[in-house]
Write a protein that binds this ligand. Structure first.
Ligand code: ZN
Length: 231
C-alpha cells in the first residue's frame, strides 16, 4: 500500500539533501549576511537622516535666536549713555548682562549642535560605505552561488521530474497528506512502526490506537503528526 509513497519519499529525501547542500554553501550564507548587513545600514541611514534634519533645524533656529539677541545687544552700543540717569543705566546694564548670558548659552548650544551634526555626517558616511561594500559582497557571492546552483540544477531538476511522474501512481489522498506535512517542514512523513512506538518521535502508541493502526495499515502519530505504517 505504501510502496509508491515510500519510493517517492526516498526521492524527496535525495532532493532535500541536494537542497541542503546548496543552502549551506558559504556563498549562500555570505549572500544572506551581506544582504542583511546592507539592509541594517540602510535602516540606520534613514534614522540618521531624520536625526540630521532635526539637528540642522535646531541649529538654524538657535542661530536665528543668536542673531536676534546680538542685534539687541548692538542697539545698546549705539546709545548715547550720557543722557541716562544712574537708575536707567543700571537697568540697561542688567539687560546687557542678561543678553550676554543668553548669547553665551546659545553659543554653547550652537557648538554642541555643530559637533552633533558632524558626528551624524561621519556615521552616515560609515553606513554609506557599508552599503556599498555589502552590495559588492552580495554581487560577488551571488555569482558564486549561481555557480553552485548550476552545478546541482541537473540533479535537482531530474529528481523533481521523477517525482512528478511518480505522483500519478500515488493515491491522491495519501499524496495530499504527504504534501501537507512537507509544507510544515516535516520529513520523513511516513515512518515505520518501531516495536510499539512511532518510528519518527519514538512515542509509544496506545493499545487502542494500535488496533486502529493494524486495521487501517497506518496511523497519524499524535505527537509528531507523522504517518506510522506497519513495515
Ligand atoms: Zn511520532
Amino acid at each position: 500500500m505504501f510502496e509508491k509513497i515510500l519510493e517517492y519519499q526516498k526521492l524527496d529525501g535525495n532532493l532535500l539533501a541536494f537542497e541542503r547542500e546548496v543552502e549551506k554553501d558559504p556563498a549562500k550564507q555570505n549572500l544572506l549576511k551581506a544582504m542583511s548587513l546592507a539592509k541594517d545600514s540602510q535602516s540606520q541611514l534613514i534614522l540618521l537622516d531624520e536625526t540630521a534634519n532635526k539637528a540642522i533645524k535646531e541649529y538654524e533656529n538657535c542661530k536665528k535666536e543668536f542673531e536676534k539677541n546680538f542685534t539687541e545687544l548692538d542697539k545698546f552700543n549705539k546709545e548715547d549713555l550720557s543722557s541716562f540717569t544712574v537708575e536707567v543705566l543700571n537697568a540697561k546694564l542688567d539687560e546687557i548682562n542678561a543678553l550676554l548670558s543668553k548669547l553665551a548659552s546659545l553659543e554653547r548650544t550652537l557648538s554642541f549642535q555643530a559637533e552633533n551634526i558632524s558626528t551624524i555626517i561621519k556615521n552616515s558616511e560609515h553606513y554609506k560605505k557599508s552599503i556599498i561594500l555589502n552590495k559588492q559582497k552580495y554581487n560577488e557571492n551571488k555569482e558564486a552561488f549561481e555557480g553552485i546552483n548550476k552545478k546541482f540544477a541537473p540533479q535537482i531538476d531530474g529528481i523533481k521530474k521523477q517525482m512528478l511522474e511518480m505522483e500519478k501512481q500515488i493515491d491522491p489522498k495519501i499524496l495530499a497528506k504527504y504534501k501537507h506535512l512537507r509544507q510544515d517542514r516535516i520529513f520523513p512523513v511516513f515512518v515505520p512502526l518501531n516495536g510499539n512506538s512511532c518510528g519518527g518521535c519514538s512515542m509509544e502508541i496506545p493499545s487502542a490506537l494500535m488496533n486502529k493502526l493494524k486495521e487501517n495499515g497506518y496511523l497519524e502519530c499524535e505527537q509528531c503528526r507523522r504517518y506510522v505504517y506497519i513495515d
